[in-house]
Ligand binder design. Sequence first.
Ligand SMILES: Cc1cc2nc3c(=O)[nH]c(=O)nc-3n(C[C@H](O)[C@H](O)[C@H](O)COP(=O)(O)OP(=O)(O)OC[C@H]3O[C@@H](n4cnc5c(N)ncnc54)[C@H](O)[C@@H]3O)c2cc1C
Length: 366
Amino acid sequence: MKKTTYDVVIVGAGTAGIMLARELGKFKQKVLVLERKKSLLEFSFKTLASFINLEEFGLTNYSVAQEIDFAVVHSKSLKEKVKVVGLTLDKVKLHEEIINSLDDDFIDIELGVHIKEIIADAENNYTAVKDKNGKEYTAKIFVDASGTTGVLSKKIGLIPKITDLATGVEYNAKYLGNDNEIHLLIGKDYKGGYGWVFPLKNKRAIVGFGTFDKIMIKGLKDNLNAILELPTIKKLVLKDNDIVEGGSIPITPVIDKFVSGNLVCVGDSVSQVNPIVGEGYKFIFESAIMASKVIHQALIKDDVKLLSVYEDQWKKRFETNYIRSKVAQKRIFSLTKKDFLIDVGLVLLKLRANKKNVETLSGEYK
Ligand SMILES: Cc1cc2nc3c(=O)[nH]c(=O)nc-3n(C[C@H](O)[C@H](O)[C@H](O)COP(=O)(O)OP(=O)(O)OC[C@H]3O[C@@H](n4cnc5c(N)ncnc54)[C@H](O)[C@@H]3O)c2cc1C
């Protein structure tokens, strides 16, 4: 399909953009996805861990690298196993599966298009987005799915222009641990952040380190190399290459304003990544599906005021849980530089019911 007028223009073909396009295609809405990268499968990091149920999102186990039964939380001197139902996923395969399922009778994708601004008419209706070469793309409804860039959400003030970010760096390394365990590591050695080891296929794993601390960000690779020397990590992984992957997620207070007129925002462009362990996929897929239904209704009823229903539904589903996760995140990171208090935290984890620990880790409080 190649048309000059579209029902929806989506800026960004990442997690949120492709899921939203898939769902709008099912509703037979004409969609144009604009992506600044030259390839849909080019990423700055390639592994995910998630509590996701793939079937719930109409996905197969094609992208599964490992099925996870335990999240092992490590302090400097203690560890505690939490029984979980989780997965590690190959991000390239996951995106490949979604992209292959797009209905190309309804979805067009243009690569190498860098959107810079959104244009409004005298009545404040958005009429087009404009790329860096001045080309305009028109539609009835626009979506910002541009991730941490937030190219439109920041422009219209739904999210602060300068957003705090948590930044992570990782290596793909040889794995020495159990295939069904992911490892989360906290304490002074992780310098205002936390470490992780996620097993993949063939005794490989991702070992990473992320921090909220702006001062640490400059030296992240050195800090990653330093944590590889820690005894706990040495028992789990062996570095055999120097390729660093990574990226950033937004850290904001919980945001609940995602719509402005005929502009809808989904994903990291409005900080929809879960605050507790930075799990984005499961939550952003759900938000994109929620948004798709509301956009469909707004289009068939020709009433963009209906788009605000997406905000109401999101608040109902996520707001309380996100606020609790935010509180838990603050508590954990205020303790993270004090190893003794982290040990105490682990003892408390041991004493608590497993169900409660899963709730804290997954950010899904029942
Ligand atoms: C290091 C790291 C590890 C993570 N680990 C996990 C994990 O284990 N599990 C998990 O669930 N989540 C994880 N996340 C979080 C998850 O990856 C994100 O929350 C999620 O990908 C955000 O989706 P999004 O669609 O909002 O943004 P993205 O997936 O980043 O997509 C945004 C897209 O918009 C494009 N774009 C940006 N600006 C423009 C523009 N101006 N014009 C056109 N296109 C543009 C970008 O090129 C990109 O393709 C991790 C994040 C990081 C950084």
